[in-house]
Design a binder for this molecule. Sequence first.
Ligand SMILES: NC(=O)c1ccc[n+]([C@@H]2O[C@H](COP(=O)([O-])OP(=O)(O)OC[C@H]3O[C@@H](n4cnc5c(N)ncnc54)[C@H](O)[C@@H]3O)[C@@H](O)[C@H]2O)c1
Length: 255
Amino acid sequence: MTDLFDLTGAVALVTGAARGIGAAICEQLAARGAHVVAVDVADPADTVAALRAAYPDSTVQGLSVDVRERTQVEGAVAQVLERFGRLDVLVNNAGTASRSGLPGITDEEWFRDIDTNLRGTFLFCQSAQPAMQAQGSGRMINISSISGIMGGPSSGGEDEGRSGPAYAASKGGIIALTKWLAKELGTQGITVNSVAPGPIATPLTETVSYDFSQQVLPRMGRPEEIGAAVAYLASPGAGYVTGQVLRVCGGAALG
Ligand SMILES: NC(=O)c1ccc[n+]([C@@H]2O[C@H](COP(=O)([O-])OP(=O)(O)OC[C@H]3O[C@@H](n4cnc5c(N)ncnc54)[C@H](O)[C@@H]3O)[C@@H](O)[C@H]2O)c1
């Protein structure tokens, strides 16, 4: 029987791969046989070393890239194409989360979240599209957040770590961009989907306190639970899924 979750030989590029959810996405893709390019503005050496040790059959490469910089993004895609000759899976995961509220948020904080989360996603999708169109296949998977669906948590102040308006706007923008791209690229054989995590235990959320009283599964999620959702959307089994937002949030966002 064909394994519809097998990614053997697929070439995947994951942003924000140095730690947290991005590192877990890399691992779930490599575990299914993908070659992985781990991209981050920080040095992704730890992720690369761990993957090489655990998955010797996969080719793993690290690239230092700021997703806000067009020339760096285009250069990263060009390097992947030069080395592997194709790009099958693009995962836009790099993100920042300003926790300043309405009165206090600065232009600098606003633009950091919008540029990293939304424009970085756009730049990588735009750069990867020609190669995927030429292949006649490709998967773009954009990590949003339930903040982009719900407008952030409804309780808690910034001193409790509530993410701010720029973060919610950037993540809502990723969801709209995902649907727009899905409609644009479907006839090219490219699917575009989003995974919307709820609270996940990573360095980003280390200092944040969450109220689980309204959450069906009252716990933090694990990074590998996001990685598994991404691996599904990257897999042959998800070939008929596009323009969707898969909420991996313990039931925090229903309806
Ligand atoms: N942790 C959560 O609870 C949660 C919930 C919803 C959504 N998310 C989203 O998941 C993604 C990963 O979150 P995480 O918790 O692993 O965060 P994290 O802070 O642990 O990791 C984010 C990674 O992105 C990288 N990065 C930041 N700016 C970058 C840039 N300009 N260019 C390239 N890389 C950059 C960082 O260096 C870091 O390695 C983010 O998009 C985040 O918004 C996280």
